[in-house]
Design a protein around this ligand. Structure first.
Ligand SMILES: NC(=O)C1=CN([C@@H]2O[C@H](COP(=O)(O)OP(=O)(O)OC[C@H]3O[C@@H](n4cnc5c(N)ncnc54)[C@H](OP(=O)(O)O)[C@@H]3O)[C@@H](O)[C@H]2O)C=CC1
Ligand SMILES: Nc1nc(=O)c2c([nH]1)NC[C@@H]1CN(c3ccc(C(=O)N[C@@H](CCC(=O)O)C(=O)O)cc3)C=[N+]21
Ligand SMILES: [Mg+2]
Length: 305
């Protein structure tokens, strides 16, 4: 793990992009819309979450999503399957939720156990209920000009929403995305391109990635390496969105660990003009966008504007 210069004492100048505060405002907006819909047509949006296995982090995320649903009046259903359940059992749940009119969104928590084929399972979610936006048809539409995806994937949508709500211009800017996963790197790069940024993607095979990131007006990092992005990766005044959520040992924390991003926050907050913290940055936005997509789905299915 890269060591983050703790001795830096210069005054931080970057603006903190407060994802938690923005997410709370978005949740207020959603809560109001959910109740307006309930009163007007008697329909409550519903989200089904499928959790397979007993990974602690996944269980925590699912629990947070459930609480978030409660907080805005969205009904949440949960299917908990054991680690050794079969792919067919997961597919059966998906099929039930696909056909359940009270369910407007279906989310399969990733990662799935190794013996399951992730593609088969994600393909089985009805595209009209794919609030995560992981269906290949959906990513295909996102990549095509003149097409609109059914749902924009939550984390990428949260990143762009943060830039919008902070009035950070994207059009004509040079954006560099670090990471090329199906769930974050690729879709966020596609979204930036749709916003008329000039986009580069760097990944584990990129030679001298810091030379490329140093040209960026906007960096979005989704790698999974604590403190990888250092001061010399960042152009002075750049805007940094740190998607990474990485546990690092911390004997001072009651859990024995704490979460840090991909970006060395102390260094970024000196060089950059704005930066998202971890926690409190993109994470809460991901959940807010999941609620938003569930609301959008319910409105679309019931033809409610
Ligand atoms: N805040 C939120 O809501 C969310 C946070 N996350 C977090 O974001 C991070 C990324 O998640 P995810 O996209 O699923 O991760 P993946 O592991 O699926 O993808 C990681 C990407 O980073 C690239 N990469 C790995 N090491 C390096 C390196 N040293 N230099 C440059 N690129 C590198 C990989 O390259 P290659 O393709 O060559 O292997 C890959 O494209 C994780 O920390 C995860 O916990 C994820 C989802 C939501
Ligand atoms: N099908 C699927 N959809 C996902 O959206 C999905 C997934 N699988 N698998 C795992 C990743 C990870 N992810 C996060 C969501 C919220 C926070 C979050 O709320 N974080 C808080 C708290 C962090 C903490 O302290 O633990 C924060 O950053 O402030 C983090 C991570 C969604 N993912
Ligand atoms: Mg992954």
């Amino acid at each position: 793990m890269a060591f983050c210069a703790a001795s830096l004492t210069a005054e931080a100048c970057a603006k903190v992009i407060d994802g938690k505060a923005v997410a709370n405002r978005i949740r207020d907006e959603i809560r109001a819309e959910v109740s307006r819909m309930k009163e007007a047509i008697g329909v409550t949006p519903g989200l089904a979450v499928i959790l397979v296995g007993d990974r602690k982090d996944s269980a925590t995320y699912v629990c947070n999503k459930k609480k978030a649903c409660d907080s805005v009046g969205i009904i949440s259903l949960e299917a908990n399957l054991s680690e050794d359940s079969t792919e067919q059992e997961v597919l059966n749940y998906i099929s039930d939720f696909n056909n359940d009119p009270s369910v407007h969104g279906i989310l399969v928590q990733l990662p799935l156990p190794k013996h399951m084929n992730e593609q088969n399972i994600l393909n089985a979610v009805r595209i009209e209920k794919d609030v995560n936006g992981f269906h290949p048809l959906n990513i295909g539409c996102l990549a095509m000009r003149g097409r609109e995806p059914m749902f924009v994937p939550c984390t990428p949508k949260g990143c762009i929403e943060l830039l919008h709500r902070y009035g950070i211009p994207i059009k004509g800017k040079k954006a560099v995305v670090i990471g090329r996963s199906n769930i974050v790197g690729i879709p966020v790069a596609l979204l930036l391109q749709r916003e008329d940024a000039t986009v580069s993607i760097v990944h584990s095979r990129t030679i001298n990635p810091e030379k490329i990131t140093r040209q960026a007006d906007i960096i979005i990092s989704a790698v999974g390496q604590p403190n990888m992005v250092r001061e010399n990766w960042i152009k002075p005044g750049a805007v940094i969105i740190d998607v990474g959520i990485n546990p690092v040992e911390d004997s001072n924390s009651p859990r024995g660990y704490r979460m840090v991003g991909d970006v060395c926050y102390e260094e970024a907050s000196i060089v950059a003009s704005a930066v998202t913290p971890v926690p409190g940055g993109v994470g809460p936005m991901t959940i807010a966008m999941l609620l938003k997509n569930t609301l959008i789905s319910a409105k679309r299915i019931h033809n409610f504007e």
